[in-house]
Write a protein that binds this ligand. Structure first.
Ligand code: MEV
Length: 421
């Protein structure tokens, strides 16, 4: 399915009109959207997901638009509570689209389990474990045979002597389209006693690491300088200011933290919409950002030889498209269907692209008019809607109250009355 993700004026339409458009583009019917995104999760399903359920807690789902990645368009479902995030991502994705869209590649889907051992005093422990690597890998695969049928499975063993008798074995597993936590935990538990025998140690923890450094995605993009222009600042100037904003994050960990927060503004909503574990993604991203010993930005920006603004992002993204929440949560299932990705790696590439776009949008706003003006415009739209404006009225009322610098409900009600009169 070749979905065009460019939908001019989408934000001006009513919710029903937007749903109809997405249903058409995603080849689903309106009722499917209603069942998944409005009725969605029920208390009965929720009761099977977590414990002590007393109800449901809803968040908005919006569609991120304009995203083109590796020559394909994606409609990007985003679940988030923060205003501006969906609009900012879509806006920056449109600029990147003018430069040919995002390009990226993802590592094999390797999730790693750690087996902790205590009291390992044998100086040959590492050598002995590595000598038995094939046996351990085979035993791990026997504990989860289905994954081997799908072309994945345990692939490699690594050892780390952390000193003072603490010895750690890493089991690297190709988990194919799963996030892989259950799989690798099962495998680690199944081989841990054999590892203890080989090392002469005592088994400690057996659990995946969320620092999924073998499961990274790398995405790059080039936005033409002119696409970055604002009403009052020329494109090349905006480009240079964005590069300066990048340098700030590259040299200052306080800024890098907020810079990366802006990246996660694009990534987390996709992770949540698709029923994935955003805490795992967050933990991995920030550990990866610190791998040099200093907290660094996950994405950086430079001027390219042809004057374009070029951006790159790299981070670990352990996402699944099968199992877990996706199986039971109707909203996550439909989000996945609309995204229409066929592998977990493809989903990770989409999420990283949304992250890079969000970073671009934030830096462009911060380096030009500041972040508040855009927020105000969006806030004005929601005030207009609260005042009862619908369809095209929303934009008219919002524009009027922004111009009058009076973004309040009474002002919106007055403007709406004027328009209707
Ligand atoms: C707000 O949600 C995100 C920003 O703070 C990101 C940034 O500063 O780059 C605007």
């Amino acid at each position: 399915m070749a979905t065009d993700s460019r939908i001019p004026g989408f934000y001006k339409r009513s919710i029903d009109e937007r749903r109809a458009e997405i249903a058409r583009r995603g080849s689903v019917d309106d009722a499917t959207i209603d069942n998944a995104f409005v009725k969605g999760l029920t208390p009965e399903i929720a009761d099977k997901m977590i414990e002590n359920v007393v109800g449901l807690y809803a968040l908005p789902i919006g569609m991120g638009l304009n995203l083109r990645l590796n020559d394909r368009d994606y409609l990007v479902p985003m679940v988030v509570e923060e205003p501006s995030v969906v609009a900012a991502m879509s806006n920056a994705a449109r600029m990147v689209r003018e430069g040919g869209g995002f390009q990226g590649e993802a590592d094999d889907p390797i999730t790693t389990a750690q087996i902790q051992l205590w009291d390992v005093r044998d100086p040959d422990a590492s050598k002995n474990v590595m000598a038995k690597a094939a046996e351990l890998i085979q035993a791990a695969n026997e504990a989860f045979p289905d994954i081997v049928k799908f072309g994945g499975g345990a692939k490699e063993i690594e050892t780390f002597d952390r000193g003072d008798g603490l010895f750690v074995v890493h089991l690297h597993v190709d988990v194919r389209d799963a996030m892989g936590a259950n799989m690798v935990n099962t495998m680690a538990e199944s081989i841990s006693h054999r590892v203890a025998e080989i090392t002469g140690g005592r088994v400690g923890l057996r659990i995946l690491t969320n620092l999924a450094e073998r499961r990274c995605v790398r995405v790059r993009c080039a936005a033409p300088a002119d696409s970055l222009a604002t009403d009052s600042i020329a494109g090349p100037d905006v480009r240079d200011r964005i590069v300066e904003a990048s340098l700030f994050a590259e040299r200052d960990p306080y800024r890098a933290t907020t810079h990366n927060k802006g990246i996660m503004n694009g990534i987390d909503p996709v992770v949540i919409a698709t029923g994935n574990d955003w805490r795992a993604v967050e933990a991995g991203a920030h550990a990866f950002a610190s791998r040099s010993g200093t907290y660094r930005p996950l994405a950086t920006w430079r001027a390219g030889a042809n004057g374009n603004l070029e951006g790159t992002i790299e981070l670990p993204l352990a996402l699944g498209i099968v199992g877990g929440t996706i199986k039971v949560h109707p909203g996550a299932r439909l989000a996945m269907q609309l995204l229409n990705v066929s592998t977990a790696r493809e989903l990770a590439l989409v999420a990283a692209s949304a992250g890079l776009a969000s970073n671009l949008a934030a830096l462009r706003a911060l380096a030009t008019e500041g972040i508040q003006r855009g927020h105000m415009t969006l806030h004005a739209r929601s005030v207009a809607a609260q005042a009862g404006a619908t369809g095209a009225e929303v934009e008219q009322v919002a524009r009027a109250i922004v111009q009058a610098r009076e973004i309040t409900l009474p002002a919106a009600q007055r403007e709406l009355a004027k328009i209707r009169a």
